[in-house]
Ligand binder design. Structure first.
Ligand code: SF4
Ligand code: SF4
Ligand code: SF4
Length: 740
């Protein structure tokens, strides 16, 4: 038995009747029904009568005929009310008419039929839908239909949201509230509205004349062999996933939040990173640079959402997969790369001993990043999750060449993740004056609880995150004023934008295109001589080079903090050793040595170090004979471009703001300044590039009705698919493609 509810719409070209039929189908689809919807094509020129059809059923719909005996008629233009429009309306079938007339005066014409009347044209005009000459009533009258059939208005709102029609919803709501109804409703599809469409009596054996239309069993007219392509569901690389150096499944976790599954989002993140709380605070978020929404109305605040998840579902101890051949690894350096490598190895059942030069674990996360940006409880919590896997630690361990050979004798493989330990200095006049010092040393003292006295005017040289951390920490250490001088323009400062903004808010003065030339003072620094720069041609890194002008200025200061960059200290490697693909070459016989994170790549961000730590641990295992897939950075050129996103399906909405502390405690050295997103609603801004959200658009738009819900998505009945590609064209997010 097939149970179906059939709707026929009569309108004129330009009124949007076909779209109205799709909207109604969309609402029923959201309620869990199978739907089919299509219009009469080729007759849609403006003003010409147009019909459109929607079928709703609890079972897959195989009937592909037009609707000849409708349960509901929707008349978008009352002038079309005539025998043709009324033909076949089933006994008790309802009418919904767009007319300014009183239903009482119309009701007499349709005895036995529930009747709804509204002036949809006036409502749509009031809401500015269409133009002065052509008012489009489809989205308005849909509201009245929903009211007549007792369907939930909120499902109509959701359908408008997913179809990109949300701006028309207020008119639909007004129609919902003001439609005048005579007679009993025919009930909803969920109860009595759906009827048995199987012929009550066997079909007549004689051939019917062409003009006689009868409801018929499914047509046997399969597509045959003339189709050249068929649609298929695909998963395409999302730009955020391609850009995240840690390899996080960004679209996966953001969409899980959008579906209210925050715990699932935490599990998705836990597949690739032990540091969602850290990255949710201090990552420069290259994922947001790649985000397709960036060009539309601002990137999705992915970093803030990552933090949202981590703060609610802190990383728990993941399952350890026992290894059939456990190995012993020494990981040297407990920054983000070393900790992630340890986490990767320990999760796969290997024994890890983690060596750290300092007294506490965390490397640059602890010594370089101030607590007002990364609270220590967050860092300790996430490091604790790694140690819970059984990772052993040896702190206050300083590695040299001989020590490396000892480790090679004791372990099956060594991973070096000692970060960037050589500081870039300045060989300038006055560079050795008291008061001129490395910013990293200053931060290490501050972050370990030693509070070096810092008074008066502080000049910070540099433009990266270390420079911003120095400047803001200097304010917290009691400096009267802080100036940051950078040799390129402010736009080219490599520091995270938010940190630059926060530094400014706190009173740090940023000066661009100035390079240090000398430090002046008598027994202690009193001023710095800075040379003015202009920007020249782009260098190898794509950034415009600073070019000296020969013009100078003097800035008075009591302290100078140098934040000019760091490099790897390779002196722990033996003479003649090299690094190829992360593996140290030219070593005497013994356990292999791999390099991870900044020590190997110098990329200088937490997220790069996390991705590299995981990759190098996996490469080491692969080389030792373990079968596993090694994480490699995806090819960004394969990511879904914004030109493949149907932007007309999405309303513009500015990114959600992260809240910042503005109270008197703003300059407290330990209290976090950024308080995170207020809500996870930001996740709803995500287009879900290349990943199906089960929005039903393909199902609603397929003119052949061959898209059906399946247990884990949709299935396509290729026997009837004409290969028109409308579903692929309409998919808002490139989760379908045509295949030969
Ligand atoms: S780690 Fe950084 S780049 Fe990756 S998803 Fe998180 S914020 Fe984005
Ligand atoms: S819109 Fe969503 S899926 Fe697309 S790039 Fe941005 S975060 Fe990723
Ligand atoms: S139209 Fe919607 S349901 Fe269909 S493939 Fe695209 S995202 Fe998935």
């Amino acid at each position: 038995m097939v149970e179906t509810l059939e709707i026929r719409l009569h309108g004129r070209g330009g009124q949007g009747g076909v779209t109205c039929a799709k909207i109604l189908a969309s609402v029923y689809a959201r309620l869990g029904f199978h739907v089919q919807t299509f219009g009469d094509y080729a007759g849609e020129r403006s003003g010409a009568p147009v019909r459109a059809y929607t079928r709703v059923s609890r079972k897959p719909i195989l009937n592909r005929n037009k609707v000849y005996e409708p349960d509901h008629l929707v008349i978008l233009d009352a002038n079309l009310l005539g025998p043709e429009a009324l033909a076949g309306l089933v006994p008790g079938g309802s009418l919904l008419i767009n007319s300014p007339e009183d239903p009482g005066s119309l009701g007499g014409r349709f005895p036995g039929h529930p009747l709804g009347v509204l002036d949809a044209t006036a409502i749509a005009r009031r809401h500015g839908i269409g133009t002065r000459s052509l008012v489009i009533v489809n989205t308005t009258i849909a509201g009245a239909f929903v009211r007549m059939q007792d369907l939930p208005l909120e499902e109509l709102e959701k359908a408008y949201r997913s179809l990109g029609l949300l701006s028309n919803f207020p008119a639909a709501k007004e129609a919902f509230e003001t439609v005048r109804v005579l007679g009993e409703g025919t009930g909803t599809a969920a109860d009595s509205g759906i009827r048995d469409t199987e012929p009550a009596s066997p079909p007549p054996s004689e051939v019917e004349p062409l003009v006689t239309h009868k409801e018929s069993p499914p047509t046997g007219l399969k597509t045959g062999s003339w189709r050249t392509q068929v649609p298929a569901y695909v998963e395409t690389l999302a730009p955020c996933n391609a850009w995240c150096p840690a390899g996080n499944d960004v679209v996966g976790f953001v969409q899980a939040i959008a579906r209210d599954r925050v715990e699932e989002a935490a599990s998705i993140l836990a597949r690739t990173t032990p540091f969602p709380g850290v990255c949710g605070r201090v990552c420069p978020a290259p994922c947001m640079e790649g985000c397709n929404r960036r060009e539309y109305d601002g990137a999705v605040r992915i970093r803030g959402l990552e933090r949202w998840v981590a703060d609610r579902f802190p990383a728990r101890r993941p399952e350890v997969q026992p290894s059939p051949a456990p190995r012993r690894f020494a990981v040297v350096g407990s920054g983000p790369a070393g900790l992630t490598a340890s986490w990767t190895l320990a999760r796969l059942g290997h024994r890890v001993v983690l060596f750290e030069r300092g007294p506490l674990l965390g490397g640059v996360l602890r010594t370089g990043i101030p607590p007002y940006r990364l609270p220590r409880e967050v860092l300790d919590r996430e490091i604790g999750g790694i140690l819970d896997l059984g990772v052993e630690t040896r702190t206050s361990f300083d590695l040299d060449r001989n020590g490396l050979e000892d480790l090679r004798a004791e372990f099956d493989a060594i991973l070096l993740a000692t970060g960037l330990q050589s500081l870039r200095g300045l060989d300038l006049e006055g560079g050795d004056l008291p008061g001129v010092r490395q910013g990293i040393g200053f931060l290490e003292e501050r972050n370990s609880g030693v509070l070096p006295p810092l008074r008066g005017r502080v000049l910070v040289l540099g433009g990266g995150n270390t420079a911003m951390d120095c400047a803001r920490s200097a304010l917290r250490a009691g400096a009267e004023s802080v100036i940051v001088a950078y040799r390129r323009s402010l736009e080219e400062m490599p520091a995270i934008r938010e940190e630059i903004e926060e530094a400014r808010e706190e009173g740090v003065e940023l000066r661009e295109c100035l390079a240090p030339a000398a430090f002046l003072g008598n027994g202690r620094v009193e001023a710095a001589r800075l040379e003015k720069m202009v920007l020249g041609d782009p260098g190898e890194d794509g950034r415009r080079r600073p070019v000296p002008t020969g013009e100078f200025l003097t800035v008075a200061c009591d302290s100078v903090l140098l934040a000019l960059g760091q490099s790897a200290k390779t002196s722990i490697l033996p003479e003649g050793a090299g690094i190829e693909g992360g593996r140290v070459t030219g070593l005497p016989e013994g356990a292999p040595v791999y390099c991870a994170g900044d020590f190997a790549t110098g990329e200088g961000t937490v997220t790069h170090a996390i991705g590299d730590g995981r990759r190098m641990a996996q490469r080491a295992l692969l080389a030792l004979g373990e079968e596993l897939e090694v994480f490699e950075r995806p090819d960004r050129t394969q990511a879904v471009p914004i030109t493949d996103i149907r932007l007309d399906h999405f309303s513009k909405a500015p990114p959600g703001e992260e809240r910042r502390r503005t109270d008197a405690a703003r300059l407290h050295p330990d209290l976090e300044v950024n308080l995170g997103l207020e809500s996870p609603l930001e996740a709803h801004r995500c287009f879900s590039c290349g990943h199906c959200t089960f929005c039903d658009t393909c199902l609603v738009y397929c003119p052949e009705g061959i898209v059906r819900r399946a247990e884990d998505g949709y299935e396509l009945d290729y026997s009837y698919c004409k290969g028109c590609g409308i579903c692929v064209e309409e998919c808002p997010r490139r989760a379908m493609e045509m295949r030969t």
